[in-house]
Design a protein around this ligand. Sequence first.
Ligand SMILES: *Cc1c(COP(=O)(O)O)cnc(C)c1O
Length: 255
Amino acid sequence: MDTSLTFTPERGTELAENVKEVLAEIEAVKPSGSSPRLVAISKIKPPSDIQALYDAGHRHFGENYIQEMAEKAQILPGDICWHFVGALQSNKANLIASIPNVFVLETLASRKLADKLQSALAKADQSRVLNVYLQVNTSGEDAKSGLEPLTADSVASAELADLAIHIRDSCSQLKVTGLMTIGSWDASHAEGENPDFLRLCETRLNLARILGVEEGSLDLSMGMSADFAEAIRAGSCSVRVGTRIFGARPKKGAK
Ligand SMILES: *Cc1c(COP(=O)(O)O)cnc(C)c1O
């Protein structure tokens, strides 16, 4: 990884303008009284791009590869709020626990990983609580990670509810603060309401009912470059936007 934090004025201006545009689009469609968060997904992009947006006042960034996030977190300012949005293998629990400024791990979907994270955190710092979102496979595609959505008929033994209860009762250093989904490519490129977003909303409603908590205590992380405006209209609290801010990504591995 190129570790330079120096960016050209042109690149700095371009990135800041892209963020400004996305924020304006969010502002134009958000429900009144809500303040959705923009997470700039900086995977594969150089640390200097992140530094440029940091200097322009942006703080929430998301990464997909844990090693890359750890390296970036080490050289970039400590008040960046990192979102981990990739698949995390349980043997990487110690690595994520070693990064102090992780704002949320967005992709938790197994009891095994929850338990590994709990013990990694207990070893690293017993006063630290790590926020997690549970990932939901709203589109039901085999290639997508995540737990099955909840419906009005779901009970506490449903896998997603069971994991949330397990974390509440047995993982004192993890806190479920929301739900995340990616959804299908087709749904995110179609006009009108996105059924995957509706399923995430329904899942939150039913998880809140089963846990006996306020629906508003759980964030919804949904919406990417192609569909963040629709996601905001559907009630998203946190959109994850990469390409619209940083431009197209090279394929990982292509050099
Ligand atoms: C890469 C990625 C994004 C950003 O996607 P864009 O289409 O580039 O905005 C959002 N969420 C997740 C989980 C990602 O991996």
